[in-house]
Ligand binder design. Structure first.
Ligand SMILES: [Zn+2]
Ligand SMILES: [Zn+2]
Length: 216
């Protein structure tokens, strides 16, 4: 398999910041650098890989809080999320204050993503799905060759994302999961924004929010 991954839980919210790398080129992307960037950079150098970009699933502090600091240090390009999450990124300083995080700077992604786009990591390509509901501009990254999805806060093992934030919507989130994620296949393994990995098939069978039997 040419795409490798390793997750580093960061911030007090234990967000799964994930390194993705192409083992042919050694080029890597960091997905959702929420904070604790020394730990992320240590994981990078341990593996002898080279960061080439930052990928973001959505604009919440625990997923993007380390972005501006990383860019300052390494001047990496930022891809994602969907532009509908711009308001969350603009409010980062307020989010940081609210949650008692250290001060965080606002940034502007060089590339906003849309459903149907693709992103590259070294020689590997991931598909972009727009999955609103938790936030309006949430995207998911899918690597078809290895059946691996990075779903941020859309779906968790045994749960789904919160929808009680501004512009969150439960029905939209459930539709994103059932109409965009499930068609990718039961065997797809996913890395959620928090907690352990699972598969779409396992969640379709047992997740209390989105199991197939709920929708009979
Ligand atoms: Zn979130
Ligand atoms: Zn989160």
């Amino acid at each position: 398999m040419a795409l490798q991954f390793h997750s580093v839980p960061v911030t007090p919210f234990q967000q799964n910041c994930t390194l993705l790398w192409c083992d042919v080129s050694g080029k890597a992307a960091v997905v959702d650098p929420g904070g604790d960037i020394e730990r992320i950079l240590a994981a990078v150098s341990e593996r002898g890989i080279e960061l080439e970009k930052i990928l973001l699933t959505h604009g919440h502090l625990d997923h993007v809080g380390g972005t501006a600091a990383l860019v300052k240090q390494l001047s990496l390009p930022i891809e994602g999320p969907h532009q509908e999450d711009a308001f969350w990124i603009e409010q980062l300083p307020t989010q940081a204050q609210m949650f008692g995080f250290p001060a965080v700077e606002v940034f502007t992604p060089g590339r906003w993503l849309q459903g149907g786009d693709s992103v590259t990591v070294g020689e590997e390509t991931l598909e972009v799905l727009h999955c609103p509901g938790h936030t309006p501009g949430h995207v998911v990254f899918f690597h078809r060759e290895s059946n691996l999805a990075l779903v941020g806060d859309v779906l968790f093992a045994g749960s789904i994302g919160r929808t009680d934030f501004p512009r969150g919507d439960h029905d939209t989130l459930v539709a994103s999961i059932r109409e965009k994620l499930w068609p990718l296949g039961d065997e797809v393994r996913f890395i959620p924004g928090h907690g352990p990995m699972s598969t779409f098939g396992h969640e379709r069978a047992s997740n209390p929010f989105v199991a197939d039997k709920r929708f009979g």
